[in-house]
Write a protein that binds this ligand. Structure first.
Ligand code: MG
Ligand code: MG
Length: 267
């Protein structure tokens, strides 16, 4: 079921989103060679609790930690562990969610550890740019796959044949982390549910340097690229309003990222 939020509910989504943004910023600042994914998890847990929120991943279908921490060929759902220690040249994808007064925020970033190869920096930039291309189509009056199509077109606008992971995608979000509709990261525009004020979506492209085929590891969570190629993952939660999108998980509401697409935010 697609849940439509009132302005008051969107304000709570914004509060949840800002706590997630703070947790991701604190983890980003701590990323360095020698730091474990468990260390990063503890930082996020502290920030979320200090904000008066609850980690949404902890206990979700039995997930044992506060964040997902996925290194290099790991795409999503990596489990933080004190023996997983970051090394110079790694890429770490951090996915974080929090619940504030019953409402969810969900956001992810990929971060380079120290110096990485130019093609790795390009993968991160391409993936993040595709997220903002998708967010720029979170406009009342449009259709769901306008977002999907914009993500895909952005990834495909580069000469390197990046892979778009098609097994996983974005989702509606509100009083639960995962709601309808599922948001594909590819496809033709003009299809699917109409985008209406009060609809909140998590948009989350996963892009690979090589083939996008995936394998789930025996831990039942970690998803990796089948060919071992590097992956990146960026995600934001966005609320669609009559006056434009509000990226609830961005400190500036998405103002800077959406200005690139000539879209004004509603805050
Ligand atoms: Mg997420
Ligand atoms: Mg999500």
């Amino acid at each position: 079921m697609i849940q439509i939020k009132t302005p008051e509910e969107i304000a709570l989504m914004r509060s949840a989103g800002l706590i997630v943004a703070d947790a991701l910023a604190a983890m980003r600042a701590a990323v360095a060679p020698g730091v474990s994914t468990e260390d990063l998890d503890a930082i996020a847990a502290r920030v979320i609790r200090a904000g008066g929120a609850v980690p949404s991943f902890l206990g979700y279908r039995g997930f044992p930690k506060t964040v997902c921490a996925s290194i290099n060929e790991e795409i999503v759902h990596g489990i933080p562990n004190k023996r997983r220690v970051l090394a110079e040249g790694d890429v770490i994808s951090l996915d974080c969610g929090a619940i504030y007064h019953g409402y969810h925020g969900d956001s992810a970033i990929s971060v380079a550890v120290g110096e990485v190869a130019p093609e790795v920096l390009a993968l991160l930039a391409v993936t993040e740019a595709s997220l903002w291309a998708g967010l720029s189509r979170a406009l009342a009056g449009g259709r769901l796959t306008d977002i999907s199509s914009a993500v895909e077109a952005s990834v495909r606008s580069h000469s390197h044949p990046y892979g778009i992971v098609d097994h996983y995608g974005g989702h509606g979000i509100g009083t639960e982390m995962h709601q309808d509709p599922h948001v594909l990261n590819f496809g033709r525009p003009g299809r699917g549910p109409r985008l209406v004020p009060g609809l909140c979506l998590a948009i989350e492209p996963m892009v690979t340097l090589g083939d996008p085929a995936t394998v789930e590891l025996a831990d039942g969570w970690t998803v990796i690229t089948k060919d071992g190629s590097l992956a990146a993952h960026y995600e934001h939660t966005v609320a669609i309003t009559a006056d434009g999108p509000v990226v609830t998980t961005a400190h500036d509401g998405g103002r800077a990222g959406l200005a690139v697409h000539d879209v004004a935010v509603a805050i």
